[in-house]
Design a protein around this ligand. Structure first.
Ligand code: SF4
Length: 318
């Protein structure tokens, strides 16, 4: 199990949450237990990450899948620093005032991707509300640098919402990643408590704009469950996503990083995930991954191959 780190370079990770009352942490059910990391493959991935000075969301978000993913060389890189300008109630990424962007980062990330010989890479970032374009140009520069250094690698990006950053999303879309992912995270009713700095409709429109600008681009979005949402609300979000043309839906269990974060309302049973998956497939998503340990970037490479195959099958049937 990944360890939750509560301090970052001698400062609290979440200063804005320090005065909040502790919330109880529920004991995890059997189906959420994972093996501790430490295989040879895990150590190799960790060494490449450290040698290239990279930040990963695997570590920053205390992802439970890190042992499995890193053992097969799959790490999701987090660009634009390790400090986020938002303060979402579910997220373990440190919050505060970020450092200036590092202009050497696109080349360093691209070099690491080429060195690791990745077939598929997932790049995400912190929110950079402090920058005029929300970091869009930097994000695009990373995508283009990877294309140049590793042309055979397919690229999936998991972006911030670029709220109130006119023209920013278009810059990122035009860098032509293979998959554009932006997570809606939860149902609209819970935005004010779980994702207070974001707006549901803005996030949905971002996904729709990707399709409007380039209908060939794959789009993907994800939800956490176990935060207090009702099944009907999840089904409504599925419909909203389909209206926005989203191809790939991921649904996973919310896990509470610390006692200062939003409490887990309940652990959703694996059978309920299977039911969500069946409903989502019936609603027309090309791909659905729904399980307690599903995360946006979990098995992203294999899932991208399935996504391509699903689109090809659909067009040959048309
Ligand atoms: S699921 Fe994603 S964030 Fe978690 S360890 Fe795997 S690659 Fe990293």
């Amino acid at each position: 199990m990944a360890t939750v780190i509560d301090t970052l370079k001698d400062r609290p990770r979440h200063p804005e949450k320090a005065s909040r009352p502790d919330t109880p942490m529920l004991r995890k059910p059997e189906w959420l237990r994972v093996r501790a990391p430490g295989s040879a493959g895990y150590n190799e991935t960790r060494d490449v990450v450290r040698a290239n000075g990279l930040t990963t969301v695997c570590e920053e978000a205390a992802c439970p899948n890190i042992g499995e993913c890193w053992s097969v060389g799959h790490a999701t890189m987090m660009i634009m620093g390790e400090i986020c300008t938002r303060a979402c109630a579910f997220c373990n990424v440190a919050t505060g005032r970020p450092d200036p962007l590092d202009p050497t980062e696109p080349a360093r990330v691209a070099e690491a991707v080429a060195k690791m010989g990745l077939k598929h890479v997932v790049i995400t970032s912190v929110d950079r509300d402090d920058l005029a374009d929300g970091g869009a140009a930097h994000f695009a520069a990373v995508v283009l640098a990877i294309r140049a250094a590793a042309p055979a690698t397919t690229i999936e990006i998991l972006t911030p919402d670029f709220l109130r950053k006119d023209g920013a999303a278009e810059i990122v879309i035009d860098s032509a990643p293979d998959v554009f992912n932006h997570n809606l995270e939860t149902v609209p009713r819970l935005y004010l408590t779980i994702r207070p700095g974001a707006r549901y409709y803005n996030s949905l429109r971002l996904l729709e704009r990707v399709k409007e600008r380039d209908p060939t681009r794959f789009t993907k979005s994800g939800l956490m469950v176990g935060l207090g949402e009702a099944k009907e609300e999840v089904m409504q979000v599925m419909d909203d996503m389909r209206s926005a043309g989203v191809d790939f839906l991921t649904i996973g269990q919310y896990l509470q990083p610390t006692r200062k974060h939003a409490a887990v309302d309940r652990f959703v049973h694996p059978d309920e995930f299977a039911a969500y998956e069946a409903i989502a497939r019936a609603k027309g998503f090309l791909m659905v991954s729904a399980s307690p340990l599903t995360r946006s970037s979990h098995h992203a490479g294999e899932d991208f191959a399935k996504l391509q195959a699903a689109r090809a099958a659909l067009s040959s049937a048309a």
